[in-house]
Design a protein around this ligand. Sequence first.
Ligand code: 5GP
Length: 125
Amino acid sequence: MPINPAAPYDDQNVFAKILRGEIPSQEVYQDEFAYAFHDVNPQAPVHILVIPRGSYVSWDDFSAQASAEEIAGFVRAVGHVAREQGLVVRGYRMMANIGRNGGQEVAHLHVHLFGGRPLGPMIGE
Ligand code: 5GP
């Protein structure tokens, strides 16, 4: 069920629970600004989610409200994870779904990193 991007941040969303350690996740990387973990339902041989530690509903919320330090830290973390996971040489795709048309299902900003095979056309269907 896609989220309502205009709704206030709900700290009971599944990624907030992962950040608090209330539900398990397969950690890939963490630092002061970001946490990265494997997607539970991978759509490619490598499918990693990178989320900011701050409480942001979506990329829209984050890009408007986050501090310059948080934005820089998060963007650096996404790039670091891709490099550390060996995705750069063969290439990879990063994606953030926003709101209903984007198909966003979890109301905490997350960037998907896909890799490990040619990823096909940019948008399906
Ligand atoms: P969205 O459609 O919101 O961009 O993507 C949400 C992603 O979160 C999906 O790829 C889904 O498989 C993943 N996901 C949902 N719940 C969990 C969970 O509890 N753990 C992990 N690791 N991934 C999850």
